[in-house]
Ligand binder design. Structure first.
Ligand code: 6PG
Length: 229
């Protein structure tokens, strides 16, 4: 395996704007390559607040949106129109502004609850193959998607239920570690001094949930407001 594979490649940006544009450029490059290679681009979106402004930047890209297939890394078990749903955020800042065919947008049916919703989403992912690009955030406790510290790993399916999440709401659906690792490219988007401890733990070999994400080609971590000592 080549040296850079399975590695964590850290990049620090001096402004949030630079980080956002760098992520947007990387997504655009990944999309162009995937569409040229296979005629489609399969993208897993991160939830939370950090990616919101990046998704807004995406909509101005000169892109063949008809080739995009959008998935989520995790979702909160709330009504589909709840303001805290990751799917609602993505709809508002991106999907309502670009022409991705509706049948190519795959929100997690988290309104069904963690067990039924995870089962339904796992079915949607069957036969899909490796994701072209997975975007992930990092929580202050080192979680990513809805893989939380101290939670037993569940790789029983592509999407799995989460109970007692320390980050509200308690019930969620997440792609499993195994499914998140089946990706050509993974980019973590990390912004805010609150993430410093998690980054320090990661860089010193402490097994936080983010370290579970180790696809064959390694991961890229784009950072702002965290020191890479
Ligand atoms: C969620 C996210 C979660 C998020 C991190 C970072 O649904 O909450 O998937 O994993 O990415 O908690 O969140 P921020 O980007 O808002 O700090």
């Amino acid at each position: 395996m080549k040296m850079q594979d399975k590695q964590v490649r850290w990049q620090h940006f001096d402004s949030i704007d630079c980080l956002r544009h760098a992520v947007c450029d990387s997504i655009a490059l990944s999309a162009s390559r995937a569409i040229a290679q296979s005629g489609r681009f399969t993208l897993v979106l991160a939830g939370g607040n950090t990616p919101r402004a990046i998704y807004r930047l995406l909509r101005d890209l000169p892109m063949d949106w008809t080739k995009w297939h959008v998935y989520h890394g995790d979702e909160r078990c709330l009504p589909a129109d709840h303001e805290d749903r990751n799917s609602l955020m993505v709809e508002q800042v991106l999907l309502e502004h670009v022409a991705i065919p509706a049948h190519q947008v795959h929100h997690m049916p988290a309104e069904l609850g963690p067990v039924e919703g995870a089962k339904a989403y796992a079915k949607i992912l069957q036969g899909l193959g490796s994701f072209d690009l997975v975007l992930l955030g990092l929580g202050e406790d080192g979680h990513t998607a809805s893989l939380f510290p101290g939670h037993a790993l569940d790789n029983s399916d592509y999407a799995v239920p989460v109970f007692n999440s320390p980050k509200p709401p308690a019930e969620r659906i997440t792609l499993s570690q195994q499914r998140l690792n089946d990706a050509q490219q993974v980019i973590f988007i990390v912004s805010g001094a609150g993430k410093q401890q998690a980054v320090d733990q990661w860089r010193t070999g402490v097994a936080i949930p983010a370290t579970l994400i180790a696809p064959a080609k390694g991961v890229d971590v784009y950072c702002y407001e965290v020191a890479l000592a």
